[in-house]
Design a protein around this ligand. Structure first.
Ligand SMILES: NC(=O)c1ccc[n+]([C@@H]2O[C@H](COP(=O)([O-])OP(=O)(O)OC[C@H]3O[C@@H](n4cnc5c(N)ncnc54)[C@H](OP(=O)(O)O)[C@@H]3O)[C@@H](O)[C@H]2O)c1
Length: 408
């Protein structure tokens, strides 16, 4: 059955790419934009009766509510809402003004809040729906000059993980897309807001944000149309990933960021913390082993709220050397996790769609407990599959425990 999409910021880049791919898949699209002429021009090659344009500035809650009502009036339902509209405020955080930071949040965070609040009642009533937020690699790791931008993207990820737990029982799912660098108008001088130097001498020796970031404009590796097609693939999945890492550059950045949070030295530091010691050895162990992982990995979970056992995770991060060998590994290993109570919660299946040729894979499988994750990893079936992986990839696998809040 064809889907109805509601997409913000379709006038260029990733929003236009998603709209184009959805229309090519035979779906219906409510394409929203602040500038309808620009949006119509961007999608002129795919215009047909399945495409409707609605004027929308996402910073206005009233406009969002009206746009969602229009969408339902036009096509009867909303199956996929894509929160794509956004821009970058770039500069040293100390030199950013509060109004600049608030404006960044008004679009990148509150714009998402407005759409989520407006579409949830529709999707809850339908007992189905998928909210796809366009985050950023900078929404998982920090980047210089990106303080406020990055904070908005971390915020939408946190929102999606938490609200997802509340609405999954009603058939509503969330995916946060974390793109690397894509060739869009994001860094076009008309759109990006560079924060000028405020004269703080300590920063004077550094390259300005404009000098640092403007050189990336137009030469980013990712193709927004391929990302659009990958988002349509994700929307078609029965169990879509909660995080969708788009682009090998993003995978490399995010993988090292997550591995950094799991660094065993940090755990040791935490376990020595006097405040944690007062909570008793069990709690201390759980926090020490799980806290860093929890930040990155409490990605689902209804089990998290109901079960006092910490979940177990297998985090894999590979570079593929031999595609045929890797495919054999996937054929054998792919169906195994559910037999051990596990499910894949992050998988960068976009590698093919976005980059043309798979190079890197990052995957996270969640199991009911650490013991289940270990049983899976050491099982004869997985050991047999692992032989193909060892021969065809280079990388690392981490088996780790999740985090359950201590009982009061
Ligand atoms: N490109 C990348 O490398 C990259 C990487 C990570 C994340 N992202 C994220 O991807 C999303 C799309 O960006 P893009 O790269 O495709 O850049 P883009 O080509 O500049 O597109 C941004 C879109 O957002 C719209 N927009 C901005 N503020 C808006 C508002 N207040 N209300 C409604 N629409 C608004 C713009 O519309 P107008 O035409 O009206 O300005 C434009 O259509 C953003 O959330 C961005 O943070 C991009």
């Amino acid at each position: 059955m064809s889907k109805v999409w509601f997409i913000t910021g379709v006038s260029s880049g990733i929003g236009a790419g998603v709209a184009r791919a959805a229309l090519k898949a035979g779906d219906k699209v409510i394409a929203t934009s602040r500038n309808l002429d620009k949006a119509r021009h961007a999608l002129r090659d795919v215009a047909d009766e399945n495409l409707a344009f609605v004027k929308l500035d996402v910073t206005s809650e009233a406009q969002v509510n009206t746009a969602v009502e229009d969408a339902v009036a036009r096509f009867g339902r909303i199956d996929v809402a894509v929160n794509n509209a956004g821009y970058c405020l770039l500069g040293n955080f100390e030199e950013q003004t509060l109004p600049q930071i608030e404006a960044q949040f008004a679009t990148n965070f509150y714009g998402v809040v407005h759409v989520v609040r407006a579409v949830l009642p529709v999707m809850r009533k339908q007992r189905s729906g998928h909210i796809i937020n366009i985050g950023a690699a900078a929404g998982v790791i920090g980047l210089k000059h990106c303080g406020a931008y990055s904070a908005t993207k971390f915020a939408i990820e946190g929102l999606a993980f938490s609200v997802g737990i509340e609405v999954e029982p009603f058939g509503v799912k969330f995916t946060t897309v974390e793109p690397g660098a894509f060739r869009t108008d994001l860094l076009d001088s008309q759109n990006v807001r560079y924060v000028p130097s405020s004269g703080i001498e300590d920063y004077a020796g550094d390259a300005t944000s404009e000098a640092t970031w403007s050189s990336y404009h137009g030469v980013q590796p990712g193709d927004p149309d391929k990302l659009g097609a990958a988002v349509v693939t994700v929307a078609a999945m029965e169990n879509p990933p909660k995080i969708f890492v788009a682009g090998t550059d993003a995978i490399a950045m995010i993988a090292s960021g997550i591995e950094g949070r799991l660094n065993p030295d940090r755990r040791t530091d935490l376990s020595d913390h006097p405040q944690l010691k007062t909570k008793g050895p069990d709690t201390m162990k759980k926090i020490a082993f799980g806290a860093a992982a929890a930040i990155a990995l409490t990605l689902t979970t209804t089990a998290y709220a109901q079960d006092s056992r910490p979940p177990g995770y297998m985090i894999a991060n590979y570079t593929i050397k031999d595609q045929a060998g890797y495919n054999k590994y996937m054929e054998e290993a792919g169906p195994l996790a559910p037999k051990f109570g596990g499910k894949i919660i992050v998988f960068n299946l976009n590698a093919t769609a976005v980059e043309g040729e798979p190079k890197k894979v990052m995957a996270i499988a969640e199991f009911p407990s650490l013991a289940d994750a270990q049983r899976f990893y050491n099982s004869p079936e997985y050991t047999a599959a692992r032989k193909f992986r060892v021969a065809s990839t280079e990388g690392s696998v981490i088996i780790t425990e999740g985090f359950v809040p201590p009982k009061q």
